[in-house]
Design a protein around this ligand. Structure first.
Ligand code: 4AD
Ligand code: MG
Length: 468
């Protein structure tokens, strides 16, 4: 197999070996002493390797002196210990083949100078070549393999839930329709409503908002399961924390209650962030230097902290107390409200100073499937709030009692027929069970300190934007 720049820089290849480097030029510097220094990257690690090209190479004048940022090259030469500062190894080039030039370097949209993230979003196909987006891609990959590693080490099965569905998993209606009907002139029923029986699936189908309902069925046979895939929300929220297409990780555990769920969430998040600290120190050093100086200390504090568990009702009391003492909230606090990010920030940053698992929310602001508490007005829901970002996990113990589930469906005006298969799970061998959803992009924001969720997914989909 071929070696990568990571292998060369980590001393996995013997000094003095003949090597072939394939990659892209980051920068070129020419010295008067008759050499050009090429910094070359191939994506395998943050740092480029330096190739030293002597002016005696046959194509030195004709090609090497014309190399600009992101030209593709193949360098054949000898790996040597570097005399210069800043790197241990470099390649003494004996041949530099130009594989692909960059046309019109002056107007190249990702030339070596600094570009704003706004500009780079307009060239999402070229931005992976930049330092920042290469680092984001590696951290994203590191986190996704850590997700699978964690669950497999803990006896969970990965279940592939469908992307096209006819079930509304959150009962919230924020779904993208999937249809082959002629939108300009759809068939209509007697009432004048669109007649989906004539549609591809014979009823109204959508892109999934969550794999939860489907994975619950697998949980109630296989005990510990999880999903990890894309989910879709047609909510018109143009914020730095929302995407119309985002990836979600949803574990589900049987014979478990809300407290077991919170334990799992805590262990899982710490495992993920420890993996980033262990495996991507190069990229994290870059983020700490150029994006968010606190990102490494934040992760270290996160993995060392024990999460604070707090009742929703107590959180409201604390917020009301702060409000009475003059803390200014844009959205006034009272029992029953859904917490806004200003409230979440106050709790995690000012009040507690570490991650908070907020539990037992008012039933009226939560989904139909959450387990009703004995007080009759709260449900066994939890959100994990992290300092600096707010909600990254939403989860709950599920309502396993058919009669209680049915009265919730009635109360919310949801159709029992629509949820018939889900109700079956409560009729045939039901058990207490619980799970949660972790927003994958919010996890990456937290790890890297990147400010906008559009910059931690390769091709962001937001209202008005599905370019590329
Ligand atoms: O709180 P949510 O809506 O929970 C569910 O979907 C449950 N079915 C999960 C479960 O219990 N299995 O979403 C879970 C997480 C949120 O905490 C947030 O991190 C993320 O998904 N999320 C989004 N991330 C980016 N863009 C959006 N529009 C998001 N909506 C939710
Ligand atoms: Mg939520």
């Amino acid at each position: 197999t071929k070696h990568t720049i990571k292998d060369y820089l980590n001393g996995r290849v013997e000094v003095g070996s003949q090597v072939t480097l394939e990659g892209w030029v980051r920068t070129r510097r020419d010295s008067k002493a008759g050499f050009s220094f090429l910094q070359i990257h191939d994506g395998s690690c943050f740092d480029p390797i330096q190739a030293v090209a002597p002016a005696t190479l046959v194509n030195y004048q004709s090609e090497i002196l014309h190399l600009t940022t992101h030209c593709a090259v193949r360098v054949v030469g000898t790996l040597i210990e570097s005399q210069g500062k800043g790197q241990r190894f470099e390649v003494q080039a004996e041949r530099v083949e130009v594989v692909g030039l960059v046309e019109n370097p002056d107007s190249y949209p990702v030339s070596a100078k600094r570009h704003s993230f706004e500009h780079l979003r307009t060239v999402a196909h070229l931005r992976p070549r930049t330092n920042t987006f290469g680092a984001v891609a590696r951290v994203r990959d590191c986190l996704s393999s850590a997700v699978h590693r964690f669950f497999h080490e803990h006896g969970f099965l990965w279940v592939h839930t469908p992307i096209i569905t006819t079930s509304d998993a959150e009962g919230a209606g924020a779904m993208f329709r999937v249809s082959t009907l002629d939108l300009a002139n759809p068939p209509r029923d007697d009432q004048g409503d669109v007649d989906f029986s004539a549609d591809f699936f014979g009823k109204a189908a959508s892109l999934t908002v969550s794999g939860q309902l489907n994975v619950e069925a697998y949980c109630l046979a296989l005990s510990r399961v999880y999903t990890f895939g894309p989910t879709f929300r047609a909510e018109n929220s143009n914020t730095t924390r929302h995407l119309a297409e985002f990836w979600m990780i949803e574990p589900e555990i049987a014979f478990a209650n809300l407290s077991d769920d919170a334990d799992l969430a805590e262990e899982f998040l710490k495992f993920l962030f420890q993996a980033v600290l262990n495996e991507r120190p190069d990229d994290m050093a870059f983020f700490a230097q150029h994006v968010d100086k606190d990102c490494i200390t934040r992760l270290e504090a996160f993995v060392a902290a024990s999460f604070e568990r707090m009742e929703y009702t107590d959180a409201i009391k604390a917020l009301e107390k702060a409000q009475a003492k003059g803390e200014k909230f844009e959205f006034p606090v009272r029992w029953g409200i859904d917490l806004q990010s200003e409230h979440e920030r106050y709790l995690t940053e000012s009040l507690v100073g570490r991650p908070v698992v907020l539990m037992n929310y008012p039933k009226d602001i939560k989904a139909f499937y959450m387990r009703m508490n004995d007080d009759g007005r709260t449900v066994a829901a939890m959100d994990v709030l992290a300092p600096g970002i707010g909600e990254i996990i939403g989860g709950s113990q599920r309502e396993e009692r058919l009669d209680v589930l049915d009265s919730r469906l009635d109360e919310l005006g949801l159709s029992k027929e629509h949820y018939a298969w889900y109700r079956d799970l409560r009729r045939y061998g039901t058990v207490p069970h619980a799970g949660f959803g972790l927003g994958f992009e919010r996890t990456i924001i937290y790890a890297t300190g990147m400010a906008n969720i559009r910059d931690v997914i390769p091709y962001p989909r937001t209202p008005g934007n599905a370019e590329f």
